[in-house]
Design a protein around this ligand. Structure first.
Ligand SMILES: N[C@@H](CCC(=O)N[C@@H](CS)C(=O)NCC(=O)O)C(=O)O
Length: 216
């Protein structure tokens, strides 16, 4: 089987997919987007040019959550989407929370910072920061009695939460009194699959537009 992941180690959505490969101990080839020709290949597979994209034989899978669903089909012994209907639904719900309320707002702030100063939108940035604060407070309450995002087992939702909360805090600090969210973020960073992805991304920390803090 040939599994090629078009990705970059510093990208949060790529880390989300890479964590799933590591959780499953599933071999794959990383086609790193800084390599000659890789970006053109990616665009031929997925014209939006967003990453990660998985080339699975002659099939193409885009969107990190869908890539992870595909990995569950390939390696079902270590499911990241629980078969139990209620737990599976909670997993998908929490995955949406981390994509739509953490990663999307964090990305909005970063993309705004990447624009020339005259083109930046301070109102949109303030809105994204306020939404992150709402998400932090909500997650702090939810994580008070959970080890992982959906409960007791590590799932798809945690694959995205790990890079999501890493970069969200770098972008807009998580308040120190959100102790449950902080404890969860520490558990994620210590999870061997994510610790490995985090280490692989260390050489690229200069890429962080707001300046990567000297932590994590
Ligand atoms: N909805 C996509 C989002 C992927 C995404 O936003 N990837 C970023 C890198 S972390 C990207 O491609 N940025 C470049 C762009 O949007 O053109 C997913 O879940 O995989």
């Amino acid at each position: 089987m040939s599994l090629v992941l078009y990705s970059h180690p510093f990208s949060s959505y790529c880390q989300k997919a890479i964590v799933a490969f590591y959780e499953k101990d599933l071999p794959f080839e990383q086609r790193r987007l800084e390599s000659e020709g890789a970006m053109a290949e990616l665009r031929a597979l997925w014209p939006f040019g967003q990453f990660p994209v998985l080339k699975d034989g002659d099939r193409r899978f885009a969107e990190a959550s869908i890539i992870i669903e595909r990995l569950d089909q390939i390696a079902p012994a270590t499911p990241l989407i629980p078969a139990d209907p209620a737990l599976g639904l909670e997993t998908r719900f929490m995955d949406r929370v981390f994509d739509n309320h953490i990663q999307s707002n964090q990305q909005r702030i970063i993309y705004n910072a990447l624009r020339p100063e005259a083109d930046r939108d301070p109102i949109a940035e303030a809105e994204a920061r306020a939404k992150l604060e709402t998400a932090y407070a909500w997650l702090d309450a939810v994580m008070a009695d959970r080890t992982w995002a959906a409960g007791a087992v590590f799932t798809l939702a945690d694959c995205g939460a790990a890079p999501g909360l890493l970069y969200a805090h770098w972008t807009h600090a998580i308040p120190t009194d959100h102790v449950h969210l902080w404890a969860y973020r520490r558990r994620l960073l210590a999870r061997p699959s994510y610790a490995r992805a985090l280490d692989e991304a260390r050489p690229y920390r200069d890429y962080f537009p707001l300046g990567a803090p000297d932590q994590d």
